[in-house]
Design a protein around this ligand. Structure first.
Ligand code: ADP
Ligand code: ASP
Ligand code: MG
Length: 467
């Protein structure tokens, strides 16, 4: 089989884990498979880069040396543990050091300019994968597995210039990826590609959005027309809910693209929704597997939509760190296009709207945005809507979360919503807003952040998901 294998941050968190991952890769290569490896940044590194970006943008310089030292220490240590061959190790260390020197220069530059554009941010965030991937490649080489590493750009992935959440231009990408990677595969060399990062048509580095290494796996999978895409992570597969919230969560053996996409979209960060969208049309199966329990079959995502009579709801997810905005005002009544106006304003600011609900009187529109975009959202809406007398009042709540229930079995099953809200009601949890997805594959609602986990547990029980 021709396979893509993507390893998430926790799977490559340190040298020992990288050695373990390389053993997994070697095992499947020995069985005669061709494998393209996609690698995330070491666990936590992208978050650290985001923070560093913010500090440098404020003009801070003092932290830079220490920050670079910290990254150097961790990556060199990882390198020494994972890359057993001394010569290969030295070469890999050199790559790590050169890459960190570049990062240091960039951060110093930004701290003088005191400005971080989305384009510069993507450039800075790209360093996590540019540091981890050569180590995985070095580790494979030192085991005697012929491997070559590529950045997403060098592998041929071309995107639009929507920095921070770029989308692949699949025609060009397919053409280039085929030309660059298929040749390598034919020579029995394993390509090891940075997840998350690509380049736009001008060759400027872009990122595919947080968690975007999953998208890299899908893009390469489609471009190379592989048999399956395997997403290796730190849990046994896609589960009925986040096992960190409900330890009784169970692995879902099979799920449809549509259901997985709804789950991913509604915050089950186990997978990037774009990754599913990209492969859906091509019907390439995705498997989600656990690097810590590789023999477990995991979850298969495919086009088949199995609806078992016992499972109306397949999974429940919780999106934390959300904020609810309500635009109120009689002036909106009967004025067509107010909603369109609001969402185009937010769109211009690149603010993602997670859910929308409009009251039947049309006087109010409520919607949910990621909490870290609340300030931006409010400032643009206040200027344009209050200033333009389109709305009377704008209210915000910044301590809410969204709960989403997903499952094809909900389509046409009466009374699901009633069961959801009575289960939550019994817990005395106040529901702030409700929306049913147009696909009917999900019901989602907003509660206070403090009530989120309790609501998830109550629903997990109500729909018998622990069984
Ligand atoms: P990776 O580093 O491999 O990309 P992520 O941290 O992005 O891993 O995603 C895996 C995590 O997603 C799991 O550790 C789990 O806590 C969380 N998660 C949330 N919802 C689910 C779910 N429904 N099924 C499985 N994992 C989930
Ligand atoms: N390293 C990136 C992130 O943390 C991409 C990924 O891990 O998928 O968002
Ligand atoms: Mg992820």
């Amino acid at each position: 089989m021709k396979l893509i294998m993507k390893f998430g941050g926790t799977s490559v968190a340190d040298g020992e884990r990288i050695s373990h991952v390389c053993n997994i890769i070697e095992k499947y290569l020995k069985q005669g498979n061709k494998v393209v490896v996609v690698v995330s940044a070491l666990a936590g590194v992208t978050d650290q880069l985001v923070k560093a970006c913010g500090l440098a943008g404020k003009g801070e310089k003092e932290f830079i040396k220490g920050f670079i030292e910290e990254l150097k220490k961790r990556h060199l240590e990882t390198c020494r543990v994972a890359v057993k061959d001394e010569g290969v190790c030295r070469l890999t260390e050199k790559t790590v050091e050169d890459t960190l020197l570049e990062l240091e220069n960039v951060l110093v530059g930004v701290s003088y300019l005191r400005e971080v554009t989305p384009r510069i941010k993507d450039y800075i965030l790209s360093f996590g994968e540019r540091l981890s991937t050569p180590i995985v490649c070095g580790a494979l080489n030192s085991m005697g597995v012929k491997a070559e590493w590529f950045t997403g750009k060098d592998a041929g992935i071309v995107t639009d210039s929507n920095f921070g959440g770029a989308r692949p231009l699949m025609e060009t990408t397919t053409h280039q990826v085929k030309a660059r990677l298929q040749k390598v595969l034919d020579e029995n060399i394993t390509p090891v590609v940075t997840g998350f990062i690509a380049a736009d048509q001008n060759g400027v580095i872009t990122t595919l959005g947080r968690g975007g290494s999953d998208c890299t796996a899908s893009i390469l999978g489609v471009a190379l027309d592989v048999d399956e895409i395997w997403i290796w992570t730190d849990v046994d597969g896609i589960m009925t809910t986040d096992p960190k919230i409900e330890p009784k969560a169970k692995v879902i053996p099979q799920i449809s693209y549509m259901e997985a996409m709804e789950m991913a979209y509604f915050g089950a960060k186990m997978m990037h929704p774009g990754a599913i969208e990209i492969v859906m049309g091509k019907r390439i199966p995705i498997r989600v597997k656990n690097t810590f329990n590789p023999e477990n079959p995991g979850t298969l995502i495919s086009s088949e939509q199995k609806v078992e009579s016992t499972s109306i709801v397949k999974a429940i997810s919780l999106i934390r760190k959300a904020a609810l905005i309500t635009v109120e005002g009689a002036a909106m009544f009967g004025v067509p296009g107010t909603a369109a106006k609001i969402f185009s304003l937010l769109g211009e600011k690149n603010i993602n709207v997670l859910m929308i609900s409009q009251s039947s009187s049309e006087a109010n529109i409520s919607f949910v945005v990621p909490r870290d975009t609340l300030e931006d959202a409010l400032s643009i809406l206040e200027v344009k809507l209050l200033g333009g007398k389109i709305a009377r009042e704008i209210k915000a709540e910044d301590d809410i979360c969204v709960i989403a229930l997903v499952g094809a079995g909900m389509v046409g099953t009466p009374g699901v919503a009633a069961r959801v809200f009575s289960a939550v009601g019994r817990e005395k949890i106040n529901v702030r807003m409700i929306a049913q997805g147009s696909s009917e594959l999900n019901i989602s609602f907003v509660v206070k952040e403090a009530d989120g986990e309790r609501a998830v547990k109550a629903l997990h029980k109500e729909f018998g998901l622990e069984k």
